[in-house]
Design a protein around this ligand. Structure first.
Ligand SMILES: Nc1ncnc2c1ncn2[C@@H]1O[C@H](COP(=O)(O)OP(=O)(O)OP(=O)(O)O)[C@@H](O)[C@H]1O
Ligand SMILES: [Mg+2]
Length: 363
């Protein structure tokens, strides 16, 4: 059992509360991502698990065992930090072998283990190279090798890819997923980059700036059904509009000033949702279909004028000004399987979207 559990944990620095009565369950063997803005307390949470900080109150468990006050060396937990923390004057082999030397393992054991982990992180043949001669991605893999050589029950990863360029980042992310499949230990991956979290995570938790866990779920659930405005905005891009809920004869609509009413569909009804209540709706830019034509089959339609077009290669982003002065963002994939409609600056357009793609958020 390698499940990590926070039970009512609080932590403050110099009288400032960072984590308050935090409850969190990280299931055994999962690749779990913790996503939150800079300064919200992610590193602090990792340091509490690793034993590098002490809680003010509450308990931390690893499986059934309480580890709140267990010394660092008795925890089978390893951390990969953003800045690698490697020894630049030692070879790859010696960096990876370091902790085994401290434990006074036999040379033959060290040789076997280092060989195994270097194979796992695809660095065989790099044994005698010095750290300073490696690329960012290679250094990252040495740091990983060093963290997994002690067969930790839990691997903590604190923004481990921050120093890598986007292409390399994508590659190392895939390597991390493979590594997790191979090791099957619990990975806790901390980042403020939503792309990284969505890519790697079996499950993810979203932490708000004040250190609260706002939502936990599989990436698709978090993205498609954000539970709050904070989550909707923080994970991906979205359009937020305020309105009033109208429920009549089991038909749900949201009335927006100056724009009329939209049909909405609510998969699970929350206690705050009542006829006449104020709320926000979130519509992802890629869930909106933009066209100058009249098209059937959509639950909702808005009319507006294109005020901005940005071409991204794979997709194009449009900004559209609506009648009530509100601006919406729309993404269109540049698929071009068929001749695509040309939409220009200042064109009058229809924006179509389905009721299932409107998310209702508490005001
Ligand atoms: N040792 C410390 N002493 C005093 N304050 C600290 C200490 N460590 C962290 N803090 C404060 O606690 C808050 C949370 O810091 P933390 O490093 O956990 O944030 P983070 O979510 O990891 O941010 P980032 O994404 O920028 O790494 C910050 O306001 C920080 O200044
Ligand atoms: Mg941090």
């Amino acid at each position: 059992m390698r499940q990590i559990r926070f039970d009512n944990v609080s932590k403050s620095f110099d009288g400032e509360i960072i984590l308050k009565n935090l409850n969190l369950n990280i299931p055994s063997g999962q690749f779990f991502a913790l996503l939150g803005p800079s300064g919200c307390g992610k590193t602090t949470l990792l340091r509490l698990i690793a034993g590098l900080e002490n809680v003010d109150s509450g308990k931390i468990y690893l499986g059934d065992k309480e580890i709140t006050n267990l010394p660092i060396y008795k925890r089978r937990i390893n951390t990969v930090f953003q800045e690698y923390a490697l020894f630049p004057h030692l070879s790859v082999y010696e960096n990876v072998a370091y902790s085994l030397r401290i434990k006074r393992e036999k040379e033959s054991v060290i040789k076997n283990k280092v060989g195994d982990v270097l194979k796992t992180v695809r660095l065989l043949g790099f044994e005698s190279k010095y750290i300073r001669s490696l690329s960012g991605g290679q250094k990252q893999r040495v740091a990983l090798a060093r963290a997994i050589i002690n067969e930790p029950e839990v691997l903590l990863l604190d923004e481990p890819l921050a120093a890598l360029d986007p292409k390399l980042k994508e590659q190392v992310l895939i390597e991390l997923i493979d590594l997790h499949d191979k090791l099957k230990t619990t990975f806790l991956y901390v980042t403020h980059d939503q792309f990284e979290a969505l890519t790697v995570a079996d499950q993810m938790a979203i932490m708000s700036s004040d250190g609260n866990i706002e939502q936990i779920g599989v990436p698709k659930q978090i993205y498609e059904f954000p539970a709050s405005i904070f989550v909707a905005n923080f994970v991906g891009n979205t359009n937020i509009i305020d309105g009033v809920l109208q429920i009549k004869d089991n038909v749900w609509e949201v009335k927006v000033e100056g724009l009329g009413s939209f049909y909405v569909f609510v998969p699970s009804i929350k206690s705050w949702m009542s006829n006449g209540c104020k709320l926000f709706i979130s519509i992802r830019p890629e869930k909106i279909y933009i066209s100058k034509k009249e098209i059937e089959g959509f639950s909702n339609r808005l009319i507006g004028k294109v005020i901005d077009i940005i071409y991204y290669g794979r997709s194009t982003q449009y900004r559209v000004l609506l009648k009530n002065g509100k601006r919406l963002t729309v993404f269109e994939q540049n698929e071009e399987h068929f001749p695509q409609e040309v939409i220009d600056y200042e064109d009058e357009v229809n924006l179509y979207f389905q009721k299932e793609n409107v998310v209702l958020l508490e005001s």
